[in-house]
Design a protein. Sequence first.
Length: 75
Amino acid sequence: MDTEFEFAHEAGHRIAYVRSVAVEDLPEDVQSQVGDLTTLYAVHDEAGERLALVSDRKMAFVLARQHDLDPVTVH
């Protein structure tokens, strides 16, 4: 089955992408604020712009939902 199907988003629903980020890959000014954490979770909009960095995955999903976004995990 090689038929493409475009899934329509429900009206008013926007996707937020959640992915883990190694603290060592972040700018030094951000690294200095996270203490002993080695991983943070980024929330991105559909265009890929980072909206937030949080300390755990659950918080990232809650934050997205609080802002009327539908969070999905990115690998």
